[in-house]
Ligand binder design. Structure first.
Ligand code: URA
Length: 465
């Protein structure tokens, strides 16, 4: 029996080195026990108190495994299940004999690893969604802190997202496993705070002070080392795409299209869930979340905007900020029932540049619109609207698949190649930006007139139903 002791719960390099050596020595996974440093000897299996060293490798022999196994293993190792090291070792051992093992989607080991990778990925997303920083005093300077209890070992892995998202403010994420700190220059990690000491609502500052008096913060030397760790973590982050591929594509295959039938809520939910992990362009890096379309599955009108704004990015819903209010008003005046239309955006992540505490909207460019078009197409395929209303140039570019001027095309029904109708109009934000009140009122009236075409169609469909 062999005992392998890893440096930490997330010691991927240690696991990889050991698993490779074990396989080269033909030591079967059943003869190996995996532990993490710090686990006491009384936790060792009976009869295993010493760690026998591996004999030297006699040959230069080596073997290769598919790159996607390494990717899968990097994510799976963050799962909290104690059996993950052995599971991955078993997969590696079996891959030596069967290079295509990962294609066997009903294999219990493959299924289990993929499910674990999916759970880790969902936990990372949950952390991105739920972490809310609160301002707390730290000497003279403000500091922000949040408490988060992850299900898996994801804090270091997820930290780069918060660094990018909150680069300008010093923050700490406290958790039972490990605490992450950002001082504006580097990330550092300190031991976790036990669940027993979990801060009561409104008492985060006390917990923070108890654990992180200035003299207990990491030394500059430690910061240098940890900065390197952060870099590693940011290299790992794109691998989440692969975990998605594993869990989405293999374990629970989802229909690519509904082929002409009306959507079920499952179709939409599956799509929404998949889009939540989209990495097709870089915009996901700074945005809080994917803002997917919303509305009833039976909608026969789809409204398409440009991209979520600041408010939508935080709320996770389309058109809930100032442009949304303007849209609601115009829809009501035109006689369109918003509750019965599906509202979405050409681009599903908020693009912005930080300016102090403000996030300034940036117009998406063609590669970003193209990268995101798959979601629009799949929404159309699921919802099957009769009419698609493109609000503004970005939406029109996505709907028609090419740059389409608004002025020349607005206010009339246009045939789309798939038999649906499209209507082009201005974006409500354009109206908000118009400085001249008279021009604003006039343009608003024109917008309402355009929407009345949609209202007519909605009424016709209601009568036919
Ligand atoms: N602008 C958009 O195009 N979409 C939104 O969801 C909000 C503002």
């Amino acid at each position: 029996m062999y005992l392998i002791i890893l440096d930490s719960e997330t010691d991927f390099d240690g696991w990889r080195q050991a698993a490779r050596a074990l396989a080269l020595h033909h030591i079967a996974p059943a003869d190996v026990t995996w532990q993490v440093q710090g686990q006491t000897k009384d936790q060792l299996p009976p009869g295993l108190s010493e760690a026998p060293g591996l004999p030297p490798i006699e040959t230069e022999s080596t073997f290769t495994v598919p790159a996607n196994f390494i990717e899968l293993a990097r994510i799976t190792i963050l799962h909290r299940d104690d059996g993950r090291f052995a599971l991955l070792n078993r997969l590696l051992w079996r891959l030596k004999a069967d290079h295509d093992l990962l294609e066997a989607i009903t294999d219990p080991d493959v299924t289990q690893a993929a499910a674990m990778a999916g759970a880790v990925q969902r936990d990372v997303q949950r952390m991105r969604d739920l972490v809310r920083f609160r301002e707390i005093g730290r000497d003279q300077k403000a500091h922000y802190a949040a408490w988060f209890e992850p299900e898996h070992h994801i804090i270091a892995f997820a930290a780069p997202f918060f660094v990018r998202r909150f680069a300008d403010i010093p923050w700490s994420i406290l958790s039972p496993d490990v605490c992450a700190h950002w001082d504006g220059h580097a990330v550092s990690f300190t031991p976790g705070i036990s669940r027993r000491e979990r801060p009561a609502p409104g008492h985060l500052e006390e917990t923070w002070r108890r654990h992180f008096q200035p003299d207990r913060l990491p030394t500059p030397d430690a910061l240098v080392k940890r900065r390197r760790n952060l870099h590693e973590a940011s290299i790992l982050e794109p691998l989440l795409v692969d975990a998605e591929r594993w869990t989405g594509g293999r374990i629970s295959p989802r229909p690519e299209t509904t082929m002409g039938r009306k959507a079920t809520s499952d179709d939409l939910e599956a799509l929404r869930e998949e889009a939540a992990h989209c990495r097709a362009c870089h915009l996901y890096k700074d945005a809080t979340q994917t803002v997917f379309g919303e509305g009833p599955k039976s909608a026969n009108i789809m409204l398409v905007g440009e991209q979520p704004g600041d408010k939508e990015d935080l709320a996770g819903h389309p058109f809930v900020g100032p442009a949304g209010k303007m849209l609601d008003r115009a829809l009501e005046e035109a006689g369109v029932d918003r509750k019965k239309v599906y509202v979405t955006n050409a681009v599903k992540h908020f693009k912005f540049v930080p300016r102090g505490k403000i996030r300034l909207h940036q117009k998406p460019v063609t590669p970003e619109i193209r990268a995101c078009r798959q979601w629009y197409e799949r929404e159309v395929s699921v919802i099957q609207p009769d009419l698609i209303v493109a609000m503004g140039a970005t939406a029109a570019q996505s709907v028609f698949g090419k740059i389409t001027p608004i002025g020349k095309n607005r206010g009339r029904l246009i045939d789309l190649p798939d038999g649906r109708k499209a209507l082009v109009t201005v974006h409500p934000s354009y109206l908000l930006r118009l400085p001249d009140p008279e021009a604003k009122a006039l343009e608003y009236r024109r917008f309402v007139e355009d929407l009345k075409i949609a209202a007519g169609l909605q009424k016709k469909a209601a009568r036919a139903a």
